[in-house]
Design a protein around this ligand. Structure first.
Ligand SMILES: Cc1cc2nc3c(=O)[nH]c(=O)nc-3n(C[C@H](O)[C@H](O)[C@H](O)COP(=O)(O)OP(=O)(O)OC[C@H]3O[C@@H](n4cnc5c(N)ncnc54)[C@H](O)[C@@H]3O)c2cc1C
Length: 412
């Protein structure tokens, strides 16, 4: 027998990944009661590289510092990673150490999403957030009516605002006609966990820009206790054009790549190889509507060069909660009012997304990549400049300037 129950909350968040949890943290900080629902039961896996940047740590410090306090006590979940090693198509690499943080944390971490996302939901504020997990049969009706089932209970809600944080396949965005897959602004990737990959240095995360994947890459990220997150991703347009089988390509790379195969010789695959999509933020999308805000992957905000999406899911989650606060105070939930959210998100993220898109395009040119890495290998000044560039968005803008390359050719 189905039991019907009404939910009275002004805000309902669909999806309890990083975007949804951060929206909830920030709503709680602002004193706004809300409902958060997710179809999964936590802990649950999410296909990801599991790399957490400084942006992620900053957002947690601002909205839920208790997560950071717990992070420090979980060395079996969080692998500190102080930098990035970029391998060019010619196999040469440069190291980009990230600057130390003032709060004593390492610049970045790698943490399996199963544990990280579970940590986030464990830090939801039970006073202001009613959390339903294992919530299926999500359905939308007229005027922001939402219903879902948990066991034999059907919950009915009519919130003033829905925050769609339900990821790359967002049903919330699809319901409003806002989910469009642009193959040139979308990547697909596969991920596997391994035990016993050797050859990590300084616990840097590694991006290998192998020629046939460009502008995508193969990654090897260190996890605690000898584990590794391994995968590769490519632009969906290129996958379709060249009819690429990503799983087969992953196996081939691990078995035959001249440098990588030796590092995997004694490694053991743990569990299945899983795939997922990445809606890239290289194009502006409409991310709000009447009584609706989209965050994270539902809004398509993944960095087109690095594939990083958790930081932008966090930042858009924070902004969505702040716009919920504004809308409640103005008692205005119209699409027109909420367009201010789109404007703020893109004002904040577009310079970085646009630049990453340019670098993504440049990185699809193997000789340019090799040229830069060759130069950097023999030139400590250039290495330092490039290190600073990756740590600093304004400096990164230099990479798109023809003068930068001209000076390099001239040896300056
Ligand atoms: C292979 C791969 C590697 C990546 N590597 C990295 C990386 O190393 N670092 C990084 O920062 N980013 C990485 N990303 C991107 C990152 O995974 C995403 O940007 C991030 O997970 C977005 O968070 P989100 O909360 O928007 O969505 P998600 O994490 O996808 O969370 C969405 C939540 O919504 C729930 N949900 C979905 N549909 C429904 C429904 N109908 N009803 C109820 N609940 C629903 C899901 O169960 C899930 O819990 C990678 C992505 C991929 C695919």
């Amino acid at each position: 027998m189905t039991i019907h129950e009404d939910i009275a909350a002004p805000v309902l968040i669909v999806g309890a990944g990083p975007g949804g949890c951060m929206a909830s943290f920030e709503l709680s900080r602002l004193g706004i009661p809300h409902v958060l629902m997710d179809k999964a039961l936590f802990p649950r896996d999410k296909v990801c590289g599991d790399a957490l940047s400084g942006k992620v740590l900053d957002a947690l410090q601002a909205s839920r510092p208790s997560v950071v306090d717990e992070l420090k006590k979980l060395p079996d979940l969080f692998q500190p990673s102080p930098g990035i090693r970029f391998f060019g198509p010619n196999g040469k690499y440069i190291d980009v150490p990230c600057p130390d943080r003032r709060d004593g944390l390492t610049a970045g971490y790698v943490a399996a999403r199963q544990g990280f996302d579970h940590l986030l939901v464990r830090h939801l504020d039970a006073h202001l957030c009613t959390f339903y997990q294992g919530a299926g049969h999500l359905a939308f009706g007229h005027e922001n009516q939402v219903s879902f089932m948990v066991g034999n209970r059907q919950y009915m809600a009519k919130p003033q605002l829905v925050i769609g944080a339900d990821g790359a396949l967002s049903a919330t965005a699809a319901h409003r006609g806002l989910r469009r897959v642009h193959k040139g602004h979308h990547s697909a990737a596969v991920r596997a966990y391994f035990q016993g990959v050797v050859g990590f240095e300084k616990n840097f995360i590694e991006l290998h820009f192998i020629k046939e994947l460009l502008p995508g890459y193969f990654w090897v990220f260190p996890l605690p206790n000898g584990g590794a997150n391994v995968g590769l991703g490519m632009l969906s347009a290129n996958i379709a054009k060249h009819k690429v089988n990503l799983r087969a390509l992953l196996e081939k790379t691990i078995a035959h790549h001249p440098a990588l195969s030796q590092r995997f010789a004694q490694a053991r695959l743990l569990g299945p190889v899983r795939g997922w999509g990445l809606p890239l933020g290289s194009v502006k999308r409409t991310i709000s509507g009447d009584g609706l805000l989209l965050v994270g992957d539902a809004a398509g905000l993944i960095d087109p060069f690095t594939g990083e999406g958790i930081g932008n899911a966090f930042q858009s989650g924070q902004m969505a909660a702040q716009w919920a606060f504004k809308a409640l105070h103005a008692n205005d939930f119209t699409g027109k009012f909420l367009q201010g959210y789109d404007k703020q998100v893109y004002q904040h993220l577009w310079p970085e997304l646009k630049l990453s898109h340019r670098i993504q395009k440049l990185s699809s040119i193997p000789w340019l990549f090799n040229f830069l890495l060759n130069k950097a290998a023999g030139n400590p000044n250039l290495r330092n400049t490039m290190t600073a560039m990756f740590a600093n968005v304004d400096l990164r803008a230099k990479l798109k300037s023809p003068w930068f390359y001209l000076n390099l050719v001239r040896g300056k």
